[in-house]
Design a protein around this ligand. Structure first.
Ligand code: SF4
Length: 374
């Protein structure tokens, strides 16, 4: 009878043996004790601080997060302090870190922790998962690191480490392969030291089992790694196709009336919701009279104000998701002190008061440019 061929996929998905799992846990934890980085959120078991760090680390590099983390917990040292803060101040502390939805959800979740749990961060995995902005990965990371609860984790680093360890060739972007990797994460998480184990997995992924050129010669678990054995570590996981970028032209306009500048609070359906900004809109015309006409019309449409010819003051290039934005910045004098501003939240502020408002990165650059040029 002909034997059925086993596909590489099913071969690689055999559950790890007890012996493999034990060796993996021991070798990984031993390596972590010797090599872990000294990071501010690793000097505490306070679930509040661990939670803040986990939210900040989503889609953001460790080196970027460190100063933000230190400033944020100094400004809001407890979950109660965060719950009682104004969203304006929370966003100001978050300014520059991007993905501002994380900050707004963190703030909402702090209020839930105070209202429903008396200010004590919940220990139960399901309760943590129900908090705004917390998914399966973040909940697992918080309860394992803060309370040593054996909960699995799966994020970009661990997807890569697990995929290579078992030579898993599918993309974890699809639901079924992701589920299989979750099963593996559940199978290997130890009953004790699970917080250190989960941190070690992520540390291995960011320091050794890197996306490009993994350092297998320095890896504590290379003897257990199927991709290393088969020489496929550079092909697993399959690289994702990058989304095509799109060039966009926008204008930012500082409208000035007397000594004050106009700011507008961005609405919930906009990018950077909750932040303050100068007038900002997409542009079609690139130069000359057409450009001036479009600017004046759009300023009136967006704010209700009539302005005299705006003058160009700077150009910034920046990226937001797949958009590569050329932002031309203008200064426009409002000749019209009686007109009402259109619906929305607006403020006339002195340039020196801009520092109190949470602005986008380009808004801040523009604001500082104006103050310096005074
Ligand atoms: S041996 Fe290489 S590919 Fe395998 S886990 Fe270690 S660093 Fe990653």
């Amino acid at each position: 009878m002909a034997t059925k061929r086993t596909s590489p996929r099913s071969q690689s998905l055999a559950p790890p043996t007890a012996e493999w799992t034990k060796s993996f846990q021991r070798q990984l934890l031993g390596w972590y004790r010797r090599h872990k980085r000294d990071l501010p959120w690793r000097r505490t078991s306070d679930p509040y601080r661990i939670w803040i760090s986990e939210i900040m680390l989503q889609q953001t590099q460790v080196a970027t997060v460190v100063p933000y983390f230190i400033r944020f917990v100094a400004a809001f040292p407890t979950v109660r302090a965060l719950a009682e803060a104004d969203e304006h101040d929370v966003l100001r502390q978050w300014e520059g870190l991007g993905y501002y939805r994380r900050a707004r959800q963190l703030h909402r979740a702090a209020r839930v922790v105070v209202d429903q749990f008396g200010g004590q961060f919940p220990r139960d995995l399901d309760c943590v998962r129900r908090l705004p902005g917390i998914g399966r990965y973040t909940a697992g990371a918080i309860v394992s690191i803060a309370f040593d609860t054996p909960a699995p984790i799966l994020e970009a680093n661990t997807v890569r480490v697990f995929s290579r360890l078992i030579a898993f060739r599918e993309s974890a972007a699809a639901s079924a392969p992701e589920q299989r990797l979750w099963q593996l994460a559940e199978a290997v998480v130890p009953r004790r030291h699970c917080g250190a184990f989960n941190s070690a997995l992520m540390e291995l992924g960011s320091l050794v089992c890197t996306r490009r050129a993994p350092r297998c010669q320095d890896c504590p678990v290379s003897g257990l790694c199927a991709a290393f054995r088969s020489g496929e570590q550079d092909q697993i996981p399959r690289p994702r196709r990058k989304p095509r970028t799109e060039a966009v032209n926008e204008a930012a306009v500082v409208v000035r009336r007397g000594a004050k500048l106009l700011l507008r609070r961005r609405t919930a359906d906009e990018r950077w919701a909750g932040l303050w900004d100068f007038l900002r809109f997409p542009m079609v015309a690139r130069r000359g009279a057409k450009l001036q006409k479009e600017l004046v019309e759009k300023i009136e449409r967006h704010s209700g104000l009539l302005v005299e010819s705006p003058s160009h003051i700077a150009t910034f290039k920046h990226g937001v998701t797949r958009f590569r934005i050329t932002l031309d910045c203008y200064l426009a004098e409002s000749a019209d002190s009686k007109r009402k501003l259109t619906a929305g939240t607006w403020k006339w502020v002195r340039p020196e008061d801009l520092e109190r408002f949470p602005l986008s990165v380009t808004g801040r650059k523009l604001g500082r440019l104006l103050v310096e040029s005074q």
